[in-house]
Design a protein around this ligand. Sequence first.
Ligand SMILES: Nc1nc2c(ncn2[C@@H]2O[C@H](COP(=O)(O)OP(=O)(O)O)[C@@H](O)[C@H]2O)c(=O)[nH]1
Ligand SMILES: Nc1ncnc2c1ncn2[C@@H]1O[C@H](COP(=O)(O)OP(=O)(O)O)[C@@H](O)[C@H]1O
Length: 403
Amino acid sequence: MGEAPALFVDLLSEYTNGFALKSKGSQTTTIVSDKTYLIGGTDNESTSTIEVQILDRSTGQLIVPKVLGTKPKQCKGHSAVLLNEDRILIVKGGSSPDDCTWLLEVDTKFVRQQRESLETEVVAWSKGIRGEAEKPIVISGPSGVGKGTLIAKLMKEFPSMFGFSVSHTTRAPREKEKDGVHYHFTDRSVMEKAIKDGKFLEFAAVHGNLYGTSIEAVEVVADEGKRCILDIDVQGARSVRASTLEAIFIFICPPSFDELEKRLRERGTETEEQIQKRLRNAKAELEQGQSGGIFDHILVNDDLEACYESLKKLLGLEGIVRTTPKSSNAVSELVDLPAVHSVLKIDQKILINCRPAEVEKASKQLFVLDVSALKGGAPGRTRGLNLYAVNTFANGIDGKKQL
Ligand SMILES: Nc1nc2c(ncn2[C@@H]2O[C@H](COP(=O)(O)OP(=O)(O)O)[C@@H](O)[C@H]2O)c(=O)[nH]1
Ligand SMILES: Nc1ncnc2c1ncn2[C@@H]1O[C@H](COP(=O)(O)OP(=O)(O)O)[C@@H](O)[C@H]1O
């Protein structure tokens, strides 16, 4: 930012009146075409989350919309800024650094689709995350080819780098499988309801059972600063390919069909009927997997060590020995914004001004939240937020500190 005009800070404090946020229980109002979004503002202590109401100014009606996504927890005060006419950025005061930015989507593609299919007024919350997550890795291949074995090797060698997306399934657990670790084992009715509620990134019927990746399963891995690995079938891979999730798609082939059958039998986890079903499905999967269009890489798992080395090579892991998690948030360095602050939007930058009385509590007085490179959004997280502190002094602004 460097040299800035001296009147910059004064201008900011003048302008902020319109946006300035009050104390606990405060409500913000944001106008989007003929609707006014009333966010927060309840004094009811029992409400632990920030609630939303919509005033339809064309009819004078006050509407309580269907709210999708995880709602942000109540805070002492927040401010609201409309971005791109389709989402409202909420900056929470007095909240932990990783919980202070949220987006309420009011007219994004996702919200419009949901509004149409649910035939009601819809808004969707998406948590704002600083920085980018590395692309998830989708691994597919027929049953018994060695997907689980390869993934386990990768996670064992690089425990702080990769995290597994724990799928939901209606199939019964195998002897050594743990609920919440290998799968979330669930009833079909429960899973179908969650799918209907938009909680799944993808799902498919595989070998007579329902399998699916919840949005949360992928996001919790990214939140830990780890790269997510998905072990899903070809139908699931196709759905993810068509989704907004950018991923690397890898298909694992057996050296021969006979070898696949041998591995499946020797694993000894399925009944003969199940083995027959898996082998029948393997034929179609091998055809689809190798036919192009979905997968970026195809690996043949003949010799396990050789295949594992190839996998590491294509993931750029050759020669890497130990890794620490790449935390996207670097939490310890982040600022705790005070409850009372004001915001001003200039192009794609939100200036956050901490009031003088609160200055001692905040390490800096002025922060800039750059929203020019937002990625993703509901039903997942919104990434690419960039927050930095600006050192201010009486007559201007002096440099910036990346957070
Ligand atoms: N679409 C989809 N497929 C999944 C998911 N989880 C697992 N699968 C696939 O379901 C198939 C059966 O998995 P599983 O019952 O664990 O048997 P295995 O492949 O023989 O170990 C495999 O092809 C998995 O890749 C998921 O969340 N979504
Ligand atoms: N390259 C390989 N050579 C021989 N056996 C293998 C190889 N890769 C995996 N296996 C064995 O094959 C069986 C199936 O592997 P698994 O990882 O469970 O497959 P998937 O997850 O694709 O169903 C396991 O018993 C595993 O130990």
